[in-house]
Design a protein around this ligand. Structure first.
Ligand SMILES: Cc1cc2nc3c(=O)[nH]c(=O)nc-3n(C[C@H](O)[C@H](O)[C@H](O)COP(=O)(O)OP(=O)(O)OC[C@H]3O[C@@H](n4cnc5c(N)ncnc54)[C@H](O)[C@@H]3O)c2cc1C
Ligand code: FES
Ligand code: FES
Length: 1298
């Protein structure tokens, strides 16, 4: 049952439980996924339906199941992804289209995407493109890059021409989103559409699930009475009238009034806030009343933000424009608040009462003179929402027993202008960094200001009023002189200390000025740009037309755009991930206790309280490990659990095992670890270098005579800092260990890229042979390098728990824990000196790389130096790299494994040369590129022909020459917005420099019924390896694809597997499967003739002769190179640093693709991850080494709003590769770096802004080029007005890494 009615009698036991737990635990529906638990990712999206007995209408709306309290569900029908269609019965078109459009890779986000769009279609069967895009705003995907998802769902639009982006053109002057004019729908739809809509399942609204009639009957006849539910730690009371609510509130003034639970729920879940009593206002009708009056609109405080939006939209349409200023400003903000799922439940009253410092609504309500009606048991009072209303962080003047009943928003008066602005780290689904609500009222017929109000959010503990600034303006004409005085007053009035929470002090202060300036321009109505951006055409992606030879048989799937083998299982919620395995009898849950100190001696661990708590079975430390107490990575030991000393915050200290997850979590919080702080904490690479704190070996490479070359050239010294990057795989670290009870055998189910490492780690920890441990991987919900080393350690701990208790034990990290414990991509400091001639030739380079490794070596000795030449033939170079040992969590492999950092430093260096010479960067890049068969700096010979072809084709396809002129013209004509364009090449070595890692094995079973089961060493994490391997087996065995099955990766089927990483998975495992199948085919041919149902099994090891000799500084560390080039153009808003990628053209040489759709999916997904790395994603640590960014609320990965407006991917034709299977090439990692084309385009746009400010030449722009950095680098008059913070005396809020 996957559309189920909820009657509260059934959930009495589940008072403090959220809907997702209910679906998974009670109803056994695992389709909705856990990605964050806090409403930030959309993976858990389900549809709620409610019947309103008054209007007789059924409302359908999407919600995040992870935040929806079960007690709030009375009378609702819940529809999960399983309910709308299945592979066993009938698929729903929403499920089919995302699969056919290749919009699912690891599939973990897919059920959430499906349910968001399903709900939209239930309400509007033919949505617009903008509605689809907006609906997906609350759903994150880390794999696909979103394009195929949008393309798949675009097929539901009747009218295709619409907006693709809500990005507002430039500084807000035109307020027009970029338009997508789609002249040829067949082109846009790509293969999905050209294959004919008739081939897609039609959407038939009459076939949808009906709302359970029993719920209608219940709603019609229900006796309305207060409901009370008592749980273990909380009592939930749900009154039905305002009087009762007030009575309860006066009896329990400290009890919160829960509405959408989007604030309260987060406090309870993540801050451990305990409310013994919660009062729900959900059934109190008075809280939902809406009244429109000539003076304004009165909206019930219980109305959801989506309802508020509809009400305001209606008013704005019906009222004369002069009356709609405040309403329109509120609407503008509402369209950016959170994602649709949150807006559907979060309430207006909740937003006001929560008094968030960066609430988007409060500054506008305050500026627009809104009042709200509060009620207390003794009566009603009207309270203005003004400067006196907000009194501190999360505090208002409301008395504890007071309720907000409604909010009155007055219509604007003649001559009044109201606007709202916000700037956030991501355009959508992100809390604002700074927002503002501004209002001005002019004396009739003049430009003299009669009244004004200015409110800001994000610049203090609560919404603040800039009263003294306003006084500078009132009574004066609206002109530059007035505003100049206002800016000066504002700088003095709205201040932030150097250590203000949230950091970005200078940026936030400058935003207060630039938002006021925007308002000024808006009011003047002079700010409209004379030049509009060219309309952007979204063309079809060159995806599916593979180079299949004309004679290739129809049955042979190699080279064809075959849908991901599990796409339909993903889309129906049937795909099984580690945590979806049913609970087994007696199963326990493990929770880890982590260090709260960065460097300290553990003096005592007090587990007595934890052990006495309900359900707790065991607590153990490193002393209890029977086998090896550490794991060795790259030859250096890493403790499994801390022994005596901790060296970072987040290091695992001990583990708690209990009967349920909540019990384990509560008990782990009760373990008291006593510390004695140790001196010499090191957090940054600068301090590490100063203290010589390194992991060995340090690497170096030299070529030519650098000293001599420098004597003959001009030099530039520079450095660039690159921040780290959180993997943010959607499925957090998960494992289940089952002791088999015989011969010490352990079965480990884990979400890992490296089953063999897990197997070895568990065996060593328990002190048993590897043959007793088997590791099984069904599929992984994304990994990107982050599920190798830390997964092995976590699996060892979980196995120890299973070993000691002799019961199955599960461990699934919460998002916050995962981000805290498992490390990230290495932040790197790159320092360089480059020598060049006046014609742009680079003759010498001296480059040093310092990676912040964290507290253990993990895999930190990166292949940085091998890639430092990228596409350039620099004859004299020397280079060194060091992995710095610091007291931060240990960083680890992440897609590209050091290469994206190396290349960034080199490309920045080349860019600097262009800036010094005042030449276009592509000219300098081209001049220095490898031109003919050459030796790399480690003496490996290669032919750059395809690199040059990619480069030329990219320039041509992107129309670089013409667009460069357009960009220059645009920049000349615009002061506050600038464009930049950049082309970046890449040469990327594929394979592991360590020869032993370049091997694979496969086991192929042919069953009597002719079906084939293939096992290989690669793990499926969304990269499509199983699909490609199926294609290989299908070709080699000459059987249809449908007969090949891949069930899981298991160390008991294929031993000694290598990690699925380094873009090498398909190369190695595909070749092993090919060999196995060929042998099978050959050997079985005679037998098959006699007995076509025979069986056979084998495995093949494939070795490549790859090595790197670091002493001789030469080698052949890679089997071959993958090449690509990418051109991106951006438009930057210099006032806020916000930018939009206008267009990206990417040409990649991936040989003869085995499956072009999967490869293009990998390219796009990697590009978007690179865009995140270089322009958005920021890990923030406190000065004492505590990670602040522990969820999607604080850490922003690209969302659907960040996809380039036009994104063209082309596969280089006619490319062959003798070194990999069927002449294909690895692609998972290389194109991530091409996201840097956006960084360099941004840098160019910043340079244009600086030029207007009279600044020229190279300048520092560290990565990621966040809006903060881009805005500050623009050096506008507003950033210059902010006095420098006193950083010497005050500690900033966050560490400056690396
Ligand atoms: C993922 C996510 C993204 C978000 N993004 C944004 C954003 O971009 N911009 C933004 O402004 N906000 C954002 N928010 C915050 C969100 O808007 C608020 O959490 C929400 O409006 C609170 O309403 P609620 O009904 O969920 O309150 P609840 O969580 O139910 O209650 C919150 C508090 O308000 C009190 N309360 C509720 N109703 C009343 C009432 N009628 N009278 C008196 N007290 C009351 C309760 O006692 C409680 O203390 C986001 C939240 C999440 C989870
Ligand atoms: S798991 Fe619910 S929104 Fe992320
Ligand atoms: S397919 Fe979206 S997160 Fe993997």
């Amino acid at each position: 049952m996957s559309c189920f009615p909820v009657r509260l009698q059934e959930v009495r036991q589940a008072v403090s439980v959220c809907l997702r737990s209910l679906t998974v635990w009670a109803v056994r529906l695992t389709g909705s996924k856990y990605g964050c638990g806090g409403g930030g990712c959309g993976a858990c999206t389900v549809m709620l339906s409610r019947y309103d007995p008054q209007t007789k209408h059924i409302h359908h709306f999407s919600v995040n199941a992870c935040l929806m309290p079960v007690c709030q569900l009375h009378g609702a029908a819940v529809t999960t992804v399983e309910g709308i269609g299945s592979t066993k019965t009938r698929l729903h078109p929403v499920q089919e289209r995302i699969a056919k459009a290749h919009g699912s890779q690891c599939g973990f986000c897919t059920p959430g995407m499906v349910m968001s769009i399903y709900t939209l279609l239930r309400n509007k069967p033919q949505p617009t493109m903008e509605e689809i895009r907006e609906t997906l705003g609350g759903n994150l995907c880390r794999c696909t890059g979103y394009r195929p998802i949008i393309e798949g769902y675009r097929t539901f639009c009747e009218v295709i021409s619409s907006f693709i982006s809500g990005f507002h053109h430039a500084v807000g002057e035109s307020l027009e989103p970029f338009c997508v004019h789609e002249s040829d729908s067949n082109q846009i739809m790509g293969k999905l559409q050209t294959s004919g809509k008739e081939k897609l399942l039609p959407l038939d609204p009459t076939q949808e699930l009906i709302f359970p009639p029993e719920l209608i009957r219940m709603a019609e006849s229900e006796e309305r009475a207060t409901q009370t539910f008592r749980g273990e730690r909380m009592t939930w009371i749900s009154p039905i009238s305002l009087d009762e609510l007030l009575q309860l509130k006066s009896q329990h003034p400290q009890a919160p009034v829960v509405m959408g639970n989007t604030n309260l729920g987060l406090d309870i879940k993540f801050k451990g806030v305990i409310h013994p009593i919660i009062i729900s206002g959900f059934r109190v009708r008075e809280l939902f009343e809406v009244t429109e009056k000539p003076e304004g609109v009165c909206i019930g405080a219980g109305s959801s933000l989506s309802t508020v939006r509809s009400v305001l939209e209606k008013c704005v349409c019906s009222l004369p424009a002069e009356h709609t200023q405040t309403l329109a400003a509120l609407l503008e903000q509402l369209s950016h608040v959170a994602g649709e799922q949150i807006r559907n439940v979060a309430t207006l009253g909740g937003n006001i009462a929560s008094a968030y410092p960066n609430s988007d609504l409060n500054p506008v309500l305050a500026a627009g003179n809104a009042d709200h009606l509060c009620v207390i048991p003794e009566g009603k009072r009207e309270v203005p929402l003004d400067k006196d209303f907000f009194v501190g962080f999360g505090k208002t003047v409301l008395k504890p027993d007071e309720i907000v009943l409604s909010v009155f928003i007055p219509v604007s008066r003649k001559g009044e202008v109201v606007r709202a602005f916000r700037h956030a780290p991501r355009k959508e689904n992100a809390l604002a960094t700074v927002n503002a609500g501004l209002r001005v009222w002019f004396e009739e017929g003049s430009n003299v200001v009669k009244e004004m109000s200015v409110y800001y959010g994000g610049v203090g503990p609560c919404t603040v009023s800039a009263e003294r600034t306003v006084q500078q303006v009132i009574g004066r004409p609206w002109n530059e002189a007035t505003l100049s005085d206002a800016y000066r007053a504002l700088v003095d009035e709205v201040t932030l200390g150097a250590s203000a929470p949230g950091g970005k002090v200078m940026f936030r202060r400058s935003l207060t000025l630039s938002l006021l300036f925007r308002f000024y321009l808006h009011v003047l109505q002079h700010l409209k740009d004379t030049v509009r951006p060219p309309s952007v055409t979204c063309r079809r992606f060159s995806d599916a037309d593979s180079d299949v030879p004309s004679g290739q048989s129809e049955q042979d799937p190699v080279g064809r755009a075959v849908q991901h083998q599990a796409a339909l299982s993903h889309a129906t919620g049937e795909a099984v991930y580690c945590d979806d395995f049913p609970r087994t009898q007696g199963e326990l849950f493990l929770s880890v206790v982590t260090s709260a100190r960065a460097h300290a001696r553990i003096t005592h661990i007090d587990v007595s309280r934890a052990l006495s708590m309900p359900g707790v079975v065991d607590v153990f430390t490193a002393d209890d490990i029977p086998g090896k107490k550490f794991r060795s990575f790259t030859g250096i030991d890493e403790e499994i659990l801390a022994q005596g000393e901790v060296t970072c915050v987040g290091q695992m200290v001990c583990a708690v095992v209990a009967d349920t997850k909540p019990h384990a979590k509560l008990a782990s919080a009760a373990v008291k670890v006593h510390y004695e702080d140790l001196p010499d904490r090191i957090f940054t690479v600068e301090v590490a270098v100063e203290k010589r704190s390194f992991f060995l070996p340090q690497r170096e490479i030299q070529r030519g005579d650098v000293t001599k070359a420098f004597q003959e050239a001009d030099h530039v010294y520079e450095e660039i800092r690159l921040g780290g990057q959180e993997h943010f795989y959607m499925e957090t670290q998960s494992m289940l260990v089952i002791p088999l009870g015989e011969e010490k055998e352990m079965k480990v189910y884990a979400s890992t890229q490296h089953p063999t490492m897990v197997q070895e780690a568990v065996a060593e920890t328990l002190g048993i042979p590897s043959s007793r441990v088997s590791c099984h991987v069904k599929r992984i919900g994304g990994a990107f390098g982050g599920k190798v080393t830390k997964t092995s350690i976590l699996a060892s701990i979980t196995a120890l728990a299973a070993w000691r208790s002799e019961r199955p034990v599960r461990c699934v990290l919460d998002r916050g824990e995962d981000m805290l414990i498992t490390g990230a991509r290495h932040p790197v400091l790159g320092k360089y000196k480059v020598g060049f001639m006046s014609d742009g030739r680079i003759t010498a380079a001296d480059v040093r790389y310092y990676a912040n490794a964290g507290h253990t070596p993990d895999e930190s000795v990166l292949k940085i130096l091998l890639h430092m030449d990228n596409a350039y033939n620099i004859l004299n170079l020397c280079s060194q790299s060091a992995a710095c040992k610091t007291n931060l969590p240990s960083n680890t492999a992440f897609r590209g494994f050091g290469v994206p950092q190396t290349l960034m430093v080199i490309e920045n260096m080349v860019n600097d040369v262009a800036m010094v010479l005042g030449r276009p960067a592509e000219e300098i890049r081209e001049k220095n590129m490898y031109k003919e068969t050459s030796l790399t700096h480690y003496k490996m010979e290669f032919d750059p022909e395809n690199l040059l072809r990619c480069w030329e084709e990219c320039k041509e396809r992107s129309e670089l020459d013409r667009r460069r002129l357009d960009v220059a013209r645009f920049n000349q004509q615009n002061r506050w917005k600038k464009r930049g364009i950049a082309v970046i090449p890449i040469k990327y070595g594929i394979g592991f420099a360590e020869g032993f890692l370049n091997q694979a094995a496969a086991l192929v079973h042919i069953y009597k019924d002719g079906s084939v089961l293939v096992s290989h060493g690669g793990t499926e994490m969304g990269q499509g390896i199983h699909t490609k391997v199926q294609q290989v087996a299908s070709r080699e065995l000459d059987v249809p694809l449908s007969m090949i099955h891949i069930s899981e990766t298991s160390t008991s089927s294929v031993p000694n597997t290598c990690p699925s990483a380094a873009s090498f998975g398909t190369d190695a495992n595909g070749m092993a499967v090919k060999d196995a199948c060929q042998t099978l085919y050959k050997r079985l041919e005679p037998i098959r003739k006699q007995d076509p149902n025979g069986t056979w099994q084998s495995w093949v090891q494939l070795g490549h002769d790859l090595y790197m000799d670091w002493v001789k500084q030469e080698g052949r560390p890679y089997a071959y190179f993958t090449y690509a080039a990418c051109c991106s153009e951006v438009e930057l808003d210099c006032l806020t640093g916000e930018y939009r990628t206008v267009r990206t053209d990417l040409v990649a040489d991936i040989g003869q693709s085995i499956n072009p759709s999967i490869d293009i999916g990998q390219i796009e997904g990697a590009f978007m991850q690179g865009l995140g790395l270089y322009t958005m994603e920021e890990l923030k640590f406190s000065p004492s080494g505590v990670l602040y960014t522990r969820g999607p609320g604080q850490y922003k990965i690209p969302a659907v709003c960040d996809v380039p407006l036009q994104f063209n991917v082309y596969l280089l034709s006619g490319s062959h590769n003798p070194h990999a299977i069927y002449s294909s090439k690895g692609i998972g990692e290389p194109t991530l770096f091409l996201g840097s084309s956006v960084f360099f385009a941004l840098k160019e746009a910043v340079a244009a802004a600086r030029s207007d400010a009279g600044l020229s030449g190279p300048f520092t722009l560290h990565s990621p080029a966040t809006p903060e950095r881009a805005c500050v680098a623009c050096s506008t008059c507003f950033t210059q007005m902010i006095p420098q913070a006193e950083t010497e005396t005050t500690q900033p809020w966050a560490l400056e890494l690396p």
